[in-house]
Design a protein around this ligand. Sequence first.
Ligand SMILES: Cc1cc2nc3c(=O)[nH]c(=O)nc-3n(C[C@H](O)[C@H](O)[C@H](O)COP(=O)(O)OP(=O)(O)OC[C@H]3O[C@@H](n4cnc5c(N)ncnc54)[C@H](O)[C@@H]3O)c2cc1C
Length: 443
Amino acid sequence: MTHLFTRRGALAGLAGSAAFPLGLRAQGAVFDAEVAIVGAGAAGVAAARELQKLGRTFVIVEARDRIGGRTFTDTSLGAPFDAGALYIHWAERNPWREIAESLRVETVDSSALTGPSQFFDNGEGTQFGGRRANFQEISRLFDPDVAPVPDVSFVERVGSLGADNRGGATAIARMALGDEPENISALDYARLWSGDDLVVPSGYGALVERHAQGLDIRTSTPVTAIDYSGAGVVLETPKGNLRVRAAVVTIPVGVLKSGAVRFTPELPAETRDGLDGLAMGALSKIGLKFNGQRFGIAPGTDLWQRLGPRASFDFECWPFGRDIVIAYFGGDHARDVVGRGEREALNIVLDEFVKLVGADARKSFERGVVHGWSVEPYSLGCYSHALPGHADSRAKLARPVAERLFFAGEATPIEEDFGGAMTAGGASLAGVAAARAAAKLFG
Ligand SMILES: Cc1cc2nc3c(=O)[nH]c(=O)nc-3n(C[C@H](O)[C@H](O)[C@H](O)COP(=O)(O)OP(=O)(O)OC[C@H]3O[C@@H](n4cnc5c(N)ncnc54)[C@H](O)[C@@H]3O)c2cc1C
C-alpha cells in the first residue's frame, strides 16, 4: 500500500459517498477513527461493544454482505438452523449466555438436541459404531490434571489405545475439530475448556446479529491491504482507504494465511510463525428440507453413516422438531465433498441419507443448502487448531504488532489462557481483550 494518508484522494472517486467518518487528529495526522475493527463476527462485535463502553471511536469493516461471520443462522430452508456455531460452550463463563439473558433470547440445555443414535457402515445398520470406544479412557489422555499432555499429534497421543478407542479418538478429531488427527496438536486440544453447553432455539447467529444491532458496520467492504508503516494504520478497501490509529484484526487464520490481505511492512517473524503453526479444520454442514415426512425417525436422532476409515456423515434429524436434517462432516472428506461444488455436494449428501432411510426421502426432499466453510473465501475453514509441535502458536499470534495491530478471534488466547480457542465465546473474549489493549493507547 503506497497511499498512506491519501484517503481523501481515494474517496474522491466515490461520488461523494460518505464511506468513512473523518476528523480525529492525533500525532499530527488526521484519522478516520481511533480504532478500526476488521471483521464483524463474534470477536469484532465484542470488540466494538467494549470500545463503545470505553468511549473510543471506531469503525467496523466487514467483507461479507452480512454480519456474524462463522455464527450464521440460516433461514433459507424455512426454519432456522445454525450453519456455523451452534453450542454456547462452557456456558458458566461464556459471555454469550449473559448477552442472551440481557436480550431475553431463550437458551436451553444442549440435551434438547440430543436423541438416540443409530450407526451404519456403508448403509448397513451396525449395533455399535463408534460406541465401542471408551470415551472416558480417551478423555484421560487429554486431561492435563491426569498427566502432562505432550505437544504431539492426536494420532501419536492415542497410539497406545486399542483399535476401538483409536477409532473413537480419530472420529472426535474429524467431527469435533474438523481435521485429520495427524494434523492436530494433542496439547492444543487438551487446553480447551469444558463445561455445560447451551443452545439457542432461535439461532446463535441470530443472537450475535441482535447484539450487533445499532453498531455502524460497513458490510461488503473487504480489507485488501493493511499498512502499519506510518504513525497509524491504513486499511485499503474497494470503497476507499481508512486511516486509524490502531486496528483490531479479526480476519480468520485461513484468510490471513492465504495472503488475501497484504501487510506493509511484512508481519514480524513471531506473528508469521504463529500463523504457520495454525491450521483450519473443515467441518461442514449441509441442511436438507423435507415436506414433513419423518421416515420413522424420531426428532433428535443422529444417524451415523461410516463410509470408510476416513469418511463419515452425521445426520442430525429434525432438530427442535423442525422439518430439516443437518448433515455434518469434517476433515479431508469434507474438503473433498464441498470442493466438488454445491450441487454435487448436495447430491452426495442426499444420496447417503436416502441409503439410510429409504427412497421416500428423495420424494419428500424439497431443497438444501451447503455450508462448506473451508471453501468460503472469508473463512477458509471452520476453526483453527495448532499443528503438532506448535502449541505455542496462538500466543504468538495474539501478541500485538507494533503497538497498533491487535489480532483477535477464535484463534487467539486471552492472557495466556487458551481454553476458549475455536469457539464463538472465546472469540468474543479475545475481541474484548484486544479492544482494551487498543484503548490503552489513548490513555
Ligand atoms: C460448522 C461450524 C460449527 C461450529 N460450531 C461451534 C459451536 O457449536 N460453538 C462455538 O462456540 N463455536 C463453533 N464454531 C466456531 C465459531 O463459529 C467460531 O470460532 C467463531 O464464530 C469465530 O469468530 P471470529 O469473530 O473469530 O471469526 P469470524 O466469525 O470468522 O469473523 C471474522 C469476520 O471477518 C470477516 N472478514 C474476513 N476477511 C475479511 C477481510 N479481508 N476484510 C474484512 N472482513 C473480513 C469475515 O467475513 C467474518 O465476518 C463453529 C464453526 C463452524 C464453521
